[in-house]
Design a protein around this ligand. Structure first.
Ligand SMILES: Cc1cc2nc3c(=O)[nH]c(=O)nc-3n(C[C@H](O)[C@H](O)[C@H](O)COP(=O)(O)OP(=O)(O)OC[C@H]3O[C@@H](n4cnc5c(N)ncnc54)[C@H](O)[C@@H]3O)c2cc1C
Length: 358
């Protein structure tokens, strides 16, 4: 069975790995480079139980488990580690009073920052470098026989009755396929011209990667910062095992460009985000800036991903809309897709993610 996966982000790469591991014949077509979009520019934060009490619970729990298993199983290092996760607050206009104990605050957190609570422990929270993880999944799929083509998918071919997928069109060439998976992140919206696909949107986020002069410990920080004009913004800070520190937290509503290579950070955002993060971690104020970037996370109308077949066209599948949890949920999504495409049924209940719900 030949499966063509459109998109080489974390969802496409994870599906490629789990399908290839089951012996399927897989081709991935990626427009720019593996992990060139959100999958290479996100935080890479993982949580076991933050989606409990939502339809994502089983998928997220399975995926958290798979992240740990993959880090042991595959011979590659993508910065997987367990972390302490804290909620903190700081103000750029007044002194906040510190609670009695500051024991849980790491040394790189500034004096004016207060601890609001412990959000996760190494038993429940972890991190990866998402770009390295995505590339490692694709590399592992290639070792198992998958093929990666850098090219743009321009269409999906169906039979004369329009009821069954027969292949895709990329760069004017047709590639035959028994099944096609649309996993183009927010660009999956383009596939609605080819298949009856519900809407997918892109929400832009800006992020920075620093190399500070001193080591930062393995803590993930969710902060609330009161700015000089009274606004409260929420930067997230993720030190990585390679000595770099990732920061995100400023989103915006710019339209999605058709070409992923045209996604650029907005002028002025970089300095604003550095100042915000520096209010929590002063060591970032004079740290070397090694990436100033932006990306779009894919979202659906009800905030839950779409994972499953498009019932009107046999052989057509979609996996997108993972929003802020795409890195966390990629392994279980890939595993579930392999089950679904090869066996007709997934081990995780995908009912809430049925594309037909819209
Ligand atoms: C600022 C920010 C921080 C985040 N932090 C986290 C986090 O800490 N933890 C977490 O779990 N999630 C996080 N996320 C969410 C996560 O990054 C996304 O959900 C995930 O990366 C989406 O992966 P994807 O494979 O669906 O899409 P993408 O990564 O967008 O991949 C889609 C791919 O399709 C390709 N493509 C597009 N058009 C075509 C075409 N016509 N033909 C072929 N290929 C095409 C693109 O080039 C791209 O490589 C964050 C997101 C943002 C924006």
């Amino acid at each position: 069975m030949h499966i063509v996966i459109c998109g080489g982000g974390v969802i496409g790469a994870s599906a490629a790995y789990f399908l290839s591991a089951r012996g399927a014949h897989v081709t991935v077509i990626e427009r720019c480079a593996v992990a060139c979009a959100a999958s290479g520019k996100s935080g890479g934060f993982l949580a076991l139980d933050w989606n409990d009490h939502s339809p994502l619970s089983a998928l997220a729990r399975r995926s958290f488990e798979l992240h740990g298993e993959l880090a042991e199983r595959l011979d590659a290092d993508w910065g997987y580690r367990r972390v302490e996760t804290l909620s903190v607050a700081a103000s750029q206009q007044r002194a906040l009073s510190r609670p009695g104990s500051t024991a849980a605050l790491p040394g790189w957190i500034g004096d004016g920052t207060v601890l609001q609570g412990e959000l996760g422990s190494p038993e429940t929270t972890a991190q990866v470098d998402p770009g390295l993880f995505t590339k490692a999944m694709m590399d592992a799929a290639i070792v198992l026989g998958a093929r990666l083509i850098i090219g743009t998918v321009d269409g999906v071919r169906v039979d004369t009755g329009g009821k069954t997928v027969t292949g895709i069109i990329a760069g004017g060439q047709t590639i035959d396929a028994d099944a096609v998976l649309i996993a183009m992140g927010p660009w999956s919206a383009l596939a609605s011209q080819w298949l009856p696909l519900p809407p997918v949107y892109g929400l832009k986020g800006n992020s920075l990667v620093f190399r500070p002069k001193h080591d930062f410990s393995a803590h993930a920080i969710f902060a609330d910062v009161e700015t000089g004009d009274g606004e409260v913004l929420s930067p997230e800070i993720y030190p990585r095992p390679d000595g770099t520190v990732y920061v995100c937290g400023l989103s915006s509503e710019q339209p999605l460009p058709i070409d992923p290579a045209d996604v650029l950070p907005e002028p002025g955002r970089s300095e604003r985000l550095r100042t915000l993060a520096g209010a929590i971690a002063p060591g970032l104020l004079d740290a070397e800036l090694i990436a100033d970037q932006a990306c779009y996370r894919p979202v659906t109308a009800n905030g839950l991903p779409m994972i499953g077949p498009l019932s009107a066209v046999s052989g057509a599948y979609v996996a997108t809309g993972h929003s802020v949890w795409g890195i966390l949920n990629a392994p279980a999504t890939g595993e579930a897709l392999a089950d679904l495409i090869l066996d007709g049924e997934a081990r995780v209940d995908l009912t809430a993610f049925d594309p037909g719900r819209f």
